[in-house]
Design a protein around this ligand. Structure first.
Ligand code: UD1
Ligand code: UDP
Length: 382
């Protein structure tokens, strides 16, 4: 029997963390040939994930440039994909989430009339400028996709309300699958700063902040509030693995460089990151992925944004949206540090985003789509 070819396209760190487990699940299916194309929108941060999961790329467009513009990522990825799609001739192209790679990958597949499967579909803020450009990327991909893999029932409901074409499956988020292999009680950090931290005796706050809509004043205000937190709590250590974006690094260095008890470190690999979260007191972040991971590990999250497309953990009580104003960010952190009842109310494990079986459900749905399986997969329930 001729195998069906599935080409997974991704290019940034979070896409890789959430797609490699799926690429590997698809490789284990007899009727499927699983191929993987990196756009290389990120370089070091992407390669780090591939290395941790032991995954090789079949194609690599290597498009990253320093301080790249949205137009440059999108055009270079679409042009590169043209040749890959002609050569690989896939039966299905999979994209993930909402990056420029996601949109370019889906559009390139559409230009070749190849059906698209969208992993992590249906997340919405309904503000096209927040997150920017991600909200528009995911809206556009929802118009192109034939298969929509929604992590949660609410994500699926968003897609139904928009009357998107194609099939919708509620699968859970593949990041919870990834965490099954990364988090270990006896994990030893390779990063010296992390290895030297006294997680039992100190309160460690893990911080990440990188979103384009936070560049400038919001990011300066957020990081200034975090500086005040470190300066006013002697038992606190702030660990901030700083994204490689030059705009982010300049701001982090300017405001948090040389502040006692603040550790600015290079991005760490995904195993180190997941185990860092697991040992932290709480997380402050504007990242999407951390809003899913930390609740699964029972760690409170303060979201450094005005809105979130991930309301499920807010409803579960483990995530709070604190916004981007200095006073609000400071008050949010102080509440968790100074009010044990407020901390305890947020510090419980919640898994609204998955049960670790998302990759299996997505692979089953793809087999069903190809007629290799008689029925649709069971849906993920919270
Ligand atoms: C991108 C995604 C964002 C996602 C984020 C995850 C878009 C528009 N944005 O934003 O949705 O949340 O990735 O991290 O798709 N750089 C390096 N090495 C790396 C990675 C980045 O040097 O491994 C530097 C480069 O100078 C690059 C810059 O960071 O130009 C910005 O990268 P880019 O992918 O354009 O934007 P992100 O902010 O990473
Ligand atoms: N992450 C990592 N190393 C780091 C910082 C983050 O491995 O130094 C992981 C994190 O655990 C999560 C993902 O990267 O799985 C989130 O990526 P990012 O914040 O870059 O993007 P977003 O999720 O906001 O799109």
């Amino acid at each position: 029997m001729k195998k069906r070819k599935v080409l997974s396209v991704f290019g940034t760190r979070p896409e890789a963390i959430k797609m490699v487990p799926l690429v590997q699940e698809l490789s284990a299916r007899d009727g499927i040939e699983s191929l993987c194309c990196l756009t290389g929108q990120h370089r070091q941060m992407l390669d780090s994930v591939m290395q941790v999961f032991g995954q090789r790329a079949d194609y690599d467009l290597n498009i990253m440039q320093q301080q790249q513009s949205l137009s440059s990522i999108t055009t270079r990825a679409i042009l590169g994909m043209e040749q890959v799609i002609s050569e690989a001739a896939p039966d299905l192209v999979l994209v993930h989430g909402d990056t420029s790679t996601t949109f370019a990958g889906a559009l390139a597949a559409f230009y070749h009339k190849i059906p698209v499967g969208h992993v992590e579909a249906g997340l919405r803020t309904y503000d096209i400028y927040s997150p920017f450009p991600e909200e528009m990327n995911r809206l556009l991909v929802s118009d192109i996709a034939a298969l929509h893999f929604a992590p949660t029932p609410a994500n699926a409901e968003n897609l139904r309300k928009e009357a998107v074409r194609g099939e919708i499956f509620v699968t859970g988020n593949t990041v919870i699958d990834a965490m099954k292999t990364t988090v270990r009680k006896d994990f030893r950090f390779a990063t010296q700063t992390l290895n030297a931290l006294d997680f039992a005796g100190r309160r460690v706050i893990t911080v990440t902040c990188h979103r384009r809509e936070n560049y400038g004043k919001p990011m300066r205000d957020i990081l200034s509030a975090i500086r005040t937190v470190a300066q006013t709590h002697e038992d606190v250590e702030v660990v901030y693995p700083v994204h490689l974006s030059p705009a982010v690094r300049a701001c982090a260095q300017e405001i948090l460089g040389n502040v006692p008890r603040v550790h600015l470190i290079d991005p760490v690999d995904v195993e180190e990151m997941h185990n860092l979260i697991a040992r932290s007191c709480f997380v402050m972040t504007d990242s999407g992925g951390l809003q899913e991971e930390a609740p699964a590990l029972g760690k409170p999250v303060l979201v450094l944004r005005r809105e979130t497309e991930r309301p499920e953990a807010v409803a579960a009580g483990t995530v709070r949206l604190v916004g981007v104003e200095y006073a609000d960010v400071l008050a949010g952190a102080n509440a968790l540090l100074e009010n044990p009842a407020a901390y305890d109310a947020m510090a419980h494990a919640a898994n609204p985003y998955g049960d670790g079986k998302a990759c299996k459900r997505i692979a089953d749905a793809i087999e069903w789509h190809f007629g290799l399986r008689p029925c649709r997969p069971e849906e993920f329930h919270q």
